[in-house]
Design a protein around this ligand. Structure first.
Ligand code: PM9
Length: 473
């Protein structure tokens, strides 16, 4: 079968020039392939949970794109400019100005990472009984909303729950669902809309500019603010540039800023788009919300001019933001993810389509149709991939969805996925080839595989620490 979207092969087929990464490698970190016996021991010791593996036992680490990027020489040089003053570090003022410049919000509160910012905004805004609509849940985001007394309601379009739908903006909010929720709950109970760029749990699927613009109009009619999870918004901007009429000639930076202008503030896990190993922030336009968050940050994170980051971290982050919105950077980043996706599609392996921004998501329901969802097919698929090849991926299905706080039952998401997450600027095309071949080997052996039993379940965010045992046939 012929591949269609990969820029490299298109170049070869149609006589056009191929693209390559806009960097060259200055330093390398050795990685090691283990034996099958070593991997069998390691995954059993880890309770069949890839989060519990030691990274020394991993060959290609596709667990997450969070904090795993390679920093540039400019960012490493920036570390030497760290001003580690407890208060008023110059790196904070540079970071603040950079966020204001690229994202457009007025007030900035630094945090140690994304969930620190989620905690602050949830505590600052949510009252018990409030309803928080959003375009699909994210694990840490929803938990912080629930811990503050809120109830998250999913208002993403139906196509997002269908791994085979080719909708170009599967992250869009369904305005009809949102209107129905406002009518039912009352506008005063809808505290804010929790909007995420390139929706992680849906497969890294983008939100269109038209959708956020129309959402803004609807929310303005009821005085409901919109807060954005900007964690992968630079990647979202790329899809707008590629797919939405009128944006093909606009730079990523301009698209990002326009998108943010329709929202009232954002929280950020800088460990993703912004190419740093640690960091986050909350930024808002409303001075009262800023005041509340700035007061809370000193309780939970650190002083309001470092929020849990070292001065050097803030310097690397400011530089990372500038690099993250370069058009050639984003194009090659998403091009690499697509390259892997196209190899898998060619081999008939079921993945979420269209390929999203940061990862390939294997569809475990179609991969293992004989394993019931309460036997954790995606968890088992991630374990099998590790066993085959030492490649580490992450479950994004029933384990990640957790239990309903009211009924105590498992939440059964429509999407039962394994995420092969691509760190930025870290792996080569050859690593993608090896990964695709490993997935193919696991796919070929799929009918011999059985499910898992959960033998230890922590109370919060269970996917991080739960333990499993294979079911015997
Ligand atoms: N995302 C990821 O691997 C880190 C571990 S899984 C909880 O995808 C979004 C959209 C995220 C995210 C983390 C956070 C939390 C917020 N929003 O991990 O606390 O993808 O920096 O950010 C992970 P922190």
């Amino acid at each position: 079968m012929q591949r269609q979207i990969i820029p490299q092969t298109m170049g070869q087929q149609f006589g056009r020039r191929s693209w390559a990464e806009p960097w060259k490698i200055k330093m390398v970190e050795p990685i090691r392939m283990t034996s099958r016996e070593e991997r069998e021991r390691a995954i059993a010791e880890a309770g069949y949970n890839t989060f519990l593996l030691r990274s020394d036992d991993v060959y290609i680490d596709l667990l997450t794109d969070s904090g795993t990027s390679a920093m540039s020489d400019r960012q490493w040089a920036g570390l030497m400019l760290g001003d580690e003053a407890y208060a008023g570090s110059r790196n904070f003022y540079r970071l603040e100005a950079t966020i204001q410049d690229y994202y457009g919000y007025r007030f900035v509160v630094p945090t140690h990472q994304g969930r620190g910012a989620e905690h602050l905004i949830s505590q600052a805004l949510i009252q018990p009984g409030d309803v928080i609509p959003g375009n699909m849940y994210f694990t840490t985001t929803r938990l912080h909303q629930e811990l503050a007394g809120g109830r998250f309601v999913d208002v993403i379009i139906d196509e997002a729950h269908d791994p085979q739908s080719e909708h170009p903006f599967k992250g869009n909010v369904d305005l009809g669902k949102l209107q129905a929720l406002i009518d039912e709950a009352g506008a005063e109970r809808v505290r804010y809309v929790s909007l995420a760029g390139t929706v992680n749990m849906a497969g890294g699927q983008p939100v269109s500019m038209d959708n956020v613009r129309t959402l803004r109009e609807l929310c303005d009619r009821y005085g409901i603010p919109i807060y954005l999870d900007a964690t992968r918004m630079a990647e979202n901007a790329y899809f707008i540039q590629e797919r939405e009429p009128g944006y093909a000639d606009k730079p990523i930076a301009a698209i990002l800023k326009e998108f943010c202008s329709y929202t009232d503030g954002a929280w950020m896990s800088a460990k993703k788009d912004s190419l740093v190993n640690i960091g986050g922030w909350l930024a808002v336009n409303d001075e009262e919300v800023f005041d509340a968050a700035r007061n809370l940050v000193v309780v939970y994170e650190g002083l309001h001019t470092y929020g849990g980051m070292a001065g050097r971290d803030m310097e690397a982050l400011a530089i990372g933001i500038e690099e993250s919105v370069q058009d050639d950077h984003i194009r090659s980043r998403i091009g690499q993810v697509r390259y892997l996706g196209e190899l898998l599609v060619d081999w008939g392996i079921p993945i979420v389509c269209p390929v999203g921004g940061h990862a390939i998501f294997l569809d475990a329901k179609r991969f293992y149709p004989h394993i019931r969802q309460n036997e954790f097919p995606a968890q088992m698929l991630a374990a099998q991939l590790y066993l085959d090849s030492g490649i580490r991926a992450m479950e994004r299905g029933v384990v990640s969805a957790g239990r309903d706080p009211e009924t105590g039952d498992h939440r059964y998401p429509a999407l039962e996925l394994v995420r092969l997450t691509i760190p930025r600027r870290v792996y080569t095309q050859a690593h993608m080839d090896v990964t695709a071949e490993a997935v193919k080997a696991v796919y070929d052996a799929r009918m011999e595989t059985r499910g898992l039993d959960m033998v230890y379940e922590p109370k919060y965010l269970r996917f991080f620490q739960a333990r499993f045992q294979p079911l015997v046939a």
